[in-house]
Design a protein around this ligand. Structure first.
Ligand SMILES: Nc1ncnc2c1ncn2[C@@H]1O[C@H](COP(=O)(O)OP(=O)(O)OP(=O)(O)O)[C@@H](O)[C@H]1O
Length: 189
């Protein structure tokens, strides 16, 4: 169980979290729905250790391997799709699964192309693929399906579900349809 208790975070005068608590069960998929600016990205950044909290405690993350899809794709545009994905692979087995995941995402033929020539939706799929390649215990998805059409969303969500089976998934989503795709529990914050 990941337990966030009495979290506090402010940026200057702007209080983003004041006494915020949340329990995330091991292996569950939790979809956070909130108005823009509510602090979902800040929460993810705190969980990932990229942002310091001002107060409160977070337990249950010790020794856990986290993988994330950020709101921005954060790919290396001048490198090929394959190079972007190989960069996170630490084993031959993971490298072998690059082609498989690209095939599943309809991107196999783009493997040798520079990321800069891809469409926004294609880049999004590469960013998701990159997060799924390493071993992880918890997957953080910040609006993962933005820019993807309906069919692609389903294909990608099905793959994510399979890859994250038994793992904890925390996703920020905009509409309930995305939570349904991930078969996640919806929580409005
Ligand atoms: N580094 C920062 N410096 C100052 N203010 C920040 C910083 N990061 C976030 N904020 C502010 O904190 C609030 C929460 O931002 P955050 O990006 O976490 O929201 P969000 O719920 O993810 O929004 P969205 O759905 O639009 O991405 C916003 O008011 C934002 O302007």
């Amino acid at each position: 169980m990941i337990r966030i208790s009495h979290l506090e975070k402010a940026f200057g005068d702007k209080k983003v979290f004041a006494d915020f608590s949340l329990d995330i069960s091991e292996g569950e998929t939790l979809c956070l729905m909130a108005a823009s600016g509510r602090g979902k990205t800040t929460l993810f950044r705190i969980l990932l250790g990229l942002e310091q909290k001002d107060g409160g405690t977070i337990t249950g993350l010790e020794g856990k391997r986290l993988s994330a899809v950020f709101q921005e794709d954060r790919l290396l545009p001048e490198f090929t799709v394959k190079e972007n994905l190989y960069a996170v692979c630490v084993s031959q087995k993971q490298k072998q699964s690059v082609r498989e995941i690209l095939k599943a995402f309809g991107l196999e033929e783009w493997m040798g192309k520079k990321v800069s020539v891809l469409s926004g939706g294609m880049m999004r799929r590469v960013a998701i693929a990159r997060a799924l390649l390493p071993e992880f215990d918890m997957l953080i998805l910040d609006e993962p399906f933005q820019g993807l059409d309906e069919n692609t969303r389903k294909t990608v969500a099905d793959y994510v579900k399979e890859a994250a089976k038994g793992k904890t998934v925390l996703a920020a989503i905009h509409d309930e349809a995305d939570a349904c795709l991930l078969e996640g529990k919806i929580l409005e914050i």
